[in-house]
Structure formats: structure tokens, C-alpha cells
Design a protein around this ligand. Structure first.
Ligand code: CTP
Ligand code: MG
Length: 170
């Protein structure tokens, strides 16, 4: 197999579960209308919420499930498997929540833009969890994902905004 093909496949195998996990909560929250905050409304001594209303139990769980399902769909192609995709999806949802945790500590409100944090927190924790568990990520795959994800994230969020799925274009 050529290097380009191998790289394209490994990018897809890693990126797809993460992207699906990250996008699903937006749709699920929109469909459900009412959701339950992942932080149970908890406020920290700094006066700000632990995570805020933008992170829901429904979003977290559906993200992990959808990303894992993506791995199941990719497995006949030899690209991923349920357990790898679960690791990536769980990492994505934890990373996304960690991003919100940091935003709240910075005093940013739900939905306020935090450049790079908004686009990469899910990916960084997903890649770290994956690497700690499987250890077979190549530096090239990591570099390309870190470079390609912010523009892809911005473009898809703008699309979701235009489709009426999100209140803000980022
Ligand atoms: N969402 C959710 N549960 C999650 C993640 C996201 O319900 N675990 C939904 C919420 O409706 C959220 C929307 O997806 O408002 C967009 O997600 P995101 O941009 O990550 O959240 P923000 O609303 O921007 O909140 P924050 O400022 O905390 O990032
Ligand atoms: Mg946001």
C-alpha cells in the first residue's frame, strides 16, 4: 500500500470517530430540546459553573455511542474497531468537557468563542487517550490532524449555524 493511502486511511480511522462524537451532541441537544447538564448545575468557588449548560449528559453519552458506532462501521474495512473508536469517542467527549471547564475558569460564558480551545480540546484528549492505550499513532497523523481539524471544525460549525442547528457560527 502506498504511503498516501496508508496515511489517508489512518487519518480517517482516527478522525471519523472523533468528529462524529463531537458533532452528535449538537444534533441530539437540538432534537431533544431539553437536556440535563453534565455538571448537575454545580458552581465552583470562582462563581462560575463547573462546565456550564453547553455540556449535557445526553450530548456526552450520545457522542460516545455515535463515535463508537462509527468504529463498528469502519471495522469491516479494517480501518478501526469498536474498542479503538470507543477510546477516541470517550476521549473526545472528555476533551470537549475539559475545554468548557477551562473556558468557565477563564470567565467565558457558554458559547463564547475560545480560539483553538473550541476546535482542538476534543481532539487533543482523544489522541492522548488513544496513544496511551494503543501507542500506534504516527507523528505525521497527529500533525496533520492538529493542522486540518481547526479549519474543518470552523467550516462544519458555520454550516451547522446556517442550517439552524447551532445558535452561533463557531
Ligand atoms: N452539547 C451537549 N452536550 C455536550 C456537548 C455539546 O449537549 N457534551 C450541545 C449543547 O447544546 C451545546 C452545543 O452542543 O450548546 C454546542 O457544543 P459546544 O460548542 O461544544 O458548546 P458551547 O455551547 O459552545 O459551550 P462552551 O462554551 O461550554 O463550549
Ligand atoms: Mg461552542
Amino acid at each position: 500500500m502506498g504511503l498516501t493511502m496508508e496515511l489517508a486511511e489512518s487519518l480517517a480511522a482516527i478522525a471519523l470517530p472523533c468528529y462524529i462524537a463531537n458533532a452528535t451532541p449538537v444534533l441530539v441537544a437540538k432534537l431533544l430540546g431539553r437536556t440535563h447538564p453534565l455538571d448537575f448545575g454545580l458552581k465552583l468557588p470562582d462563581g462560575h459553573r463547573l462546565l456550564g449548560d453547553g455540556k449535557s449528559v445526553e450530548g456526552f453519552v450520545s457522542g460516545v455511542l455515535a463515535g463508537t458506532l462509527m468504529g463498528w462501521l469502519l471495522s469491516p474495512l479494517g480501518l478501526s474497531d469498536v474498542s479503538r473508536a470507543f477510546t477516541l469517542s470517550m476521549g473526545s467527549m472528555v476533551g470537549d468537557a475539559l475545554g468548557s471547564f477551562l473556558k468557565r475558569r477563564l470567565g467565558l460564558r457558554r458559547g463564547d468563542p475560545a480560539p483553538l480551545l473550541d476546535q482542538l480540546s476534543f481532539l487533543v484528549v482523544a489522541l492522548a487517550s488513544y496513544q496511551l492505550t494503543y501507542g500506534d499513532l504516527s507523528p505525521l497523523t497527529v500533525t496533520l490532524l492538529l493542522l486540518l481539524t481547526p479549519p474543518i471544525h470552523l467550516a462544519t460549525n458555520y454550516l451547522a449555524f446556517r442550517l439552524g442547528l447551532k445558535d452561533r457560527p463557531w
